[in-house]
Design a protein around this ligand. Structure first.
Ligand code: NAP
Length: 316
C-alpha cells in the first residue's frame, strides 16, 4: 500500500483546486496523493483527473455528511467555496461551516481554507466611503470568507488561512480583458487609481498550496498571503502593450462608476477594488511575492504569464 498521504481537494475540477490537484499529480511519487472532490464524478473534468491518477470522490458543499465521507482518511483538505456560483454570502458561510465541521469530524491533520479579508474590520458598515451591500456586507465575497475563518478556528481544525489574490486569468475568463473604447484604443479598466494590485496566475495558487502542505505543521494557525506580482494599472497596461505589440491603456475608473456598470457582482467588485486601493499598503504587505516564491519556486510574474496566455485573451 502506498504511504502517500491523501490531500482531499475541494474544487479540484475548478481553477484553484485544479491547480493543486495538477501540482500534486505532477510530483509523481511525492509525499501526497490527490482525492478530487466533485458534485459530478462523471463530468469530463472529473474523468480527466481520474485518468491522470487522482481518486475521484463525490461530495457537495451543501451536504456536510458527504464532505465528512469525502475527507475520511485524508491527511489534508483544501477548502474553497465558489461565491460566484450563487452570489450569496449566507450560502458561502453555510458551506464553509460544513467544511470546517466535516474536517474536524474526519480528523483532518491540515486544512487550508482559501479565504479573503473580512473588509468590515477596516470599513465599518456605517462608513459612507462605500455602500453597504445586502444589508450587512461591504464586499460580500470577501467578508463571508473572512467571517468563516472562525469556523475553522472554533472547531479546532488545524488550518492555514490562505489569502489569495486577483487572478490574472480574469483577463481571460471574467470579461476583464482589454476593451476597445470610443476612441478606438484598447484599455483595461478598474478602480485602483495609481495603487498596486496584487495578482497571481491561478495555477500558482495551487502550487503555493502544495508548498503549504509540504511545510505542514509549522504553518498551522498562520495566515499566508500569496501573489505573483504587485502592479499598478499602468504597469499592467504597459505589459499588455509589449506582449500584444499594440497600445493598451489603463483607465482608472472611479469606484462609484464601476459599481454602476450593472453586470452581476459589479457593486461587490467596485467595493472590492476600492478596499484594495484605500488600504493598499496593508493589502500588499500581507501578500509577499518572495514568500510566495519560497512556497512555489515556479511562481510566474505578470509578463511571463501574459506571454504564455495572450492568445486566449479576448480583445473586446
Ligand atoms: N477570480 C478571482 O480573481 C479570485 C481571486 C481570489 C479568490 N477568488 C475566489 O475563488 C472562488 C472560486 O474558486 P475557483 O476560481 O477555483 O472556482 P471555479 O474555477 O469556478 O470552480 C468552482 C469549483 O468549485 C466546486 N464547487 C462549487 N460548488 C460546489 C458544491 N456545492 N459542492 C462541491 N463542489 C463545488 C466545483 O466543483 P464541481 O462543479 O465539479 O462540483 C468547481 O471545481 C470564489 O469564491 C472567489 O471569490 C477568486
Amino acid at each position: 500500500m502506498s504511504d502517500q498521504k491523501i490531500i482531499a481537494v475541494i474544487g479540484a475540477t475548478g481553477a484553484q483546486g485544479g491547480g493543486l490537484a495538477r501540482a500534486i499529480l505532477a510530483a509523481h511519487g511525492g509525499p501526497f496523493a490527490v482525492r478530487a472532490i466533485t458534485r459530478n464524478v462523471d463530468s469530463d473534468k472529473a474523468r480527466e483527473l481520474a485518468d491522470a491518477g487522482a481518486e475521484v470522490v463525490a461530495g457537495d458543499l451543501d451536504d456536510e455528511a458527504s464532505l465528512e465521507r469525502a475527507f475520511d482518511g485524508a491527511h489534508g483538505a483544501y477548502c474553497v467555496t465558489n461565491f460566484w456560483e450563487h452570489f450569496s454570502p449566507e450560502k458561502e458561510l453555510a458551506q464553509a461551516a460544513n467544511l470546517a465541521r466535516a474536517a474536524k469530524r474526519a480528523d483532518v491533520r491540515h486544512a487550508i481554507w482559501s479565504t479573503l479579508e473580512d473588509t468590515r474590520e477596516w470599513v465599518a458598515l456605517d462608513d459612507q466611503r462605500m455602500p453597504t451591500l445586502m444589508d450587512k456586507y461591504k464586499v460580500p465575497h470577501f467578508d463571508a470568507k473572512g467571517e468563516a475563518n472562525e469556523f475553522f478556528t472554533g472547531d479546532g481544525v488545524p488550518t492555514t488561512f490562505l489569502l489569495t489574490s486577483f487572478y490574472w486569468d480574469n483577463f481571460i475568463h471574467f470579461g476583464m480583458g482589454p476593451q476597445k473604447g470610443p476612441d478606438g484604443n484598447l484599455a483595461i479598466g478598474f478602480p485602483m487609481g495609481d495603487k498596486r494590485l496584487p495578482g497571481i496566475a491561478v495555477e500558482d495558487i495551487g502550487k503555493c498550496a502544495l508548498g503549504i502542505f509540504e511545510k505542514g505543521e509549522e504553518l498551522v494557525g498562520k495566515s499566508i498571503g500569496i501573489a505573483g506580482e504587485h502592479l499598478t494599472g499602468d504597469e499592467m497596461a504597459a505589459a499588455f502593450t509589449r506582449v500584444l505589440e499594440r497600445e493598451v491603456r489603463y483607465n482608472a475608473v472611479p469606484p462609484e462608476v464601476y459599481r454602476g456598470f450593472g453586470f452581476p457582482g459589479a457593486e461587490d467588485l467596485g467595493n472590492m477594488f476600492q478596499f484594495k486601493r484605500d488600504f493598499n499598503e496593508y493589502f500588499c504587505s500581507v501578500r509577499d511575492v518572495e514568500a510566495s516564491r519560497a512556497l512555489n519556486p515556479e511562481l510566474q510574474d505578470f509578463e511571463s504569464w501574459l506571454r504564455a496566455n495572450n492568445e486566449q485573451i479576448p480583445l473586446g
